[in-house]
Design a protein around this ligand. Structure first.
Ligand code: NAI
Ligand code: OAA
Length: 311
């Protein structure tokens, strides 16, 4: 199965690398506007094949969408990343135009593709992709919750001093420094609530660290992160291509779920060959419901900004 990744930068190339060495797709096409850049990244990744033992065919193209034809999944990572001190939301002015053009170009050659949106501000870019193409809502998936949940599990594993893979935990809500909702109440260590091992204060610190997880890395690296983002996209693509039906928090269009309408926001989804196959409505307590409503308001406000940017 063929996957196209638009944007061969840090996140896009890492995603191509993980998809290849894990054998998730038979073919990966990287596309970038920077002359020769995607070709170079693809060649570099292909030269790993004999040492890491994969058979995925990876190629790169400069803005030639005909080479992306008949992709089953298309990942959009094109756009600018934030610098230290910036919010994701500040990227909207440049990234909205890029995402709109890219998604339209992609559909000319892959009309049946499932689109995974990564570019920030991701919830708004996902909404834009949905509204500008009119595609059915199951085929537009924003990637944020997979990454935020993996950061949450990492911080929990550090606090507990236990392996992250023994920890189950999820982040819902918007993919923003103040809009994420790490569900500490539901986090567990091999099925045991983590509150049995961590104080409320320790749990609150884990939640706070999770919410600014991307900002912390941006401060350390000078640009935003790519290893965990690339791996998170690959995890999502795996569930689509191989019809794994994993439950992954994704930014998807809600119509009444969690008492929200007409926005894309992070909710628990079953992800399979049809993209978003189900939205799970888990029972939230009053505090979590209030946080979700506040998060949705912030996402909605950002979506409103699209009107003037794209006018
Ligand atoms: N949703 C999430 O969880 C995450 C989202 N991001 C976002 O992903 C985006 C990419 O981040 P990085 O890979 O670190 O940036 P990067 O700067 O390393 O790569 C972006 C690439 O997009 C390319 N590009 C720009 N306009 C294009 C167009 N019209 N067509 C094709 N390619 C184009 C650039 O030439 C560049 O190579 C950023 O907006 C960042 O904020 C990053 C990490 C996680
Ligand atoms: O922090 C950023 O700007 C990039 C991103 O979305 C993340 O790493 O979570």
């Amino acid at each position: 199965m063929k996957v196209t990744i638009v944007g061969a930068g840090n996140v896009g190339a890492t995603c191509a690398d993980v998809i290849s060495y894990r054998g998730i797709a038979s073919e990966v096409v990287l596309l970038d506007i920077k002359e020769g850049f995607a070709e170079g990244k693809a060649l570099d990744i292909m030269q790993c094949a004999t040492n890491t033992g994969f058979n995925t065919k990876v190629s790169g193209v400069t803005n030639d969408y005909s080479k992306t034809a008949n992709s089953s999944v298309v990942v959009i990572t094109s756009g600018i990343p934030r610098k230290p001190g910036m919010t994701r939301e500040e990227l909207i002015g440049i990234n909205a135009g890029i995402v709109k053009t890219v998604v339209e170009s992609i559909l000319v050659h892959s009309p049946n593709a499932i689109i995974v949106v990564v570019s920030n501000p991701m919830d708004t870019m996902t909404y834009l992709a949905l509204k500008s193409t009119g595609l059915p809502k199951n085929r537009i998936i924003g990637m944020g919750g997979a990454l935020d949940s993996s950061r949450f599990r990492t911080y929990l594993s550090m606090a507990l001093d236990k392996p992250a893979n023994d920890i189950s935990a999820m982040v819902i809500g918007g993919h923003g420094d103040t809009t994420m909702i790490p569900l500490t109440r539901l986090a567990s260590y091999n099925g045991i609530p983590v509150s049995q091992f961590l104080s409320e204060e320790a749990l609150q610190k884990v939640a706070a660290d999770t919410m600014v997880g991307g900002a912390t890395l941006t401060g350390l690296l000078g640009t935003s992160a790519w290893y965990a983002p690339g791996a998170s996209v690959a995890y999502l693509v795996d569930s689509i291509l191989n019809d794994q039906k994993k439950m992954i928090a994704c930014s998807v269009f809600v119509e009444g779920e969690y008492e929200q309408n007409d926005i894309c926001i992070g909710v628990p989804c079953i992800i399979g060959k049809n993209g978003v196959e189900e939205i799970l409505e888990i029972e939230l307590n009053d505090n979590e419901k209030a946080l979700f409503a506040k998060s949705a308001d912030a996402v909605r406000q950002m979506n409103d900004a699209l009107k003037s940017i794209l006018a």
